[in-house]
Design a protein around this ligand. Structure first.
Ligand code: DGL
Length: 261
């Protein structure tokens, strides 16, 4: 089936998920939306995040997307149930990879780094309540998304924030760290430099791509072609500077269009 898959995030974070999808399903055409004018979602009330997510889902539906991926943990917690209620197509959401982390952890002490809104959400708290046999340490990380959106992956301020959020987890002996925000994989090497080699770092991008493939396959909606699908990039602030940030993180030149809302 030729129709595109819609993928969105508050900003550039979902590109980490888009890369996993592109790798797993190269023939699919993809539309990526970065809601950059409204980022960060992580410090907004759930009702505001929900309103934006529904607008983006409506846009994907108008573009006849055959599936939607909410490539943002914060947006998923606020909106995925509502989007599923509104549309029949597969709607894949992100969730911090707590289950695989608990399975992998030897010490039973797992750290989760996520936005404030994700940490406060009912959906996330229901998830961690399922793992009473492990010790799950939740650390919200305000400010990190903004540093990444500024393109500052390596600066002193970014590293200082990372140290501030990671050191308490290390003191409590986490051996597995969940990146519970799709922006954070772009700081993987900076995080690694702080936590060392002994801590496993997990994110959900590949699992989401597998789930998308499974759902498309089960409906017989996979695109069968040996050509690469098109990728369209849109954002709510389609300025040059943002296009170059996306190109840098995506690893190839892109053309950025402005979202019509
Ligand atoms: N990338 C989003 C996530 O996975 C959060 C970004 C934001 O706070 O806007 O949670």
């Amino acid at each position: 089936m030729q129709q595109p898959v819609g993928v969105f995030d508050s900003g550039v974070g979902g590109l980490s998920v888009l890369a996993s999808i592109r790798h797993a399903l190269p023939a699919e055409s993809l539309i990526y939306v970065a809601d950059s004018k409204y980022m960060p979602y992580g410090c907004k009330p759930e009702s505001e995040i929900l309103a934006r997510c529904l607008q983006i889902a409506d846009y994907f539906a108008a573009r006849e997307c055959k599936a939607m991926v909410v490539a943002c943990n914060t947006a998923t917690a606020a909106s995925v149930a509502h989007i599923r209620h509104r549309y029949d197509c597969p709607v894949i959401g992100m969730e911090p990879a707590v289950k695989p982390a608990v399975q992998l952890s030897r010490s039973g002490v797992v750290g989760v780094l996520a936005t404030r809104a994700t940490c406060a959400s009912a959906k996330f708290n229901r998830l961690i309540d399922r793992f009473t046999h492990a010790s799950i340490l939740v650390q919200s990380a305000p400010g990190l998304v903004e540093r990444i959106e500024m393109g500052d992956l390596d600066g002193e301020e970014t590293k200082a924030l990372l140290r501030r959020y990671l050191q308490p987890l290390l003191m409590q002996k986490v051996d597995t760290l969940v990146l519970g925000c799709t922006h954070y994989p772009f700081l993987q090497s900076q995080i690694r430099a702080i936590v060392g080699e002994a801590v496993e770092i997990i994110d959900s991008g590949d699992a989401i791509a597998r789930e998308l493939a499974r759902q498309l396959q089960s409906r017989d909606h996979l695109q069968c072609s040996d050509q690469h699908g098109e990728i369209e990039f849109l954002s709510s602030t389609a300025v040059m500077q943002y296009a170059s940030l996306i190109s840098r993180l995506w690893g190839a030149p892109i053309r950025l269009q402005e979202l019509p809302f």
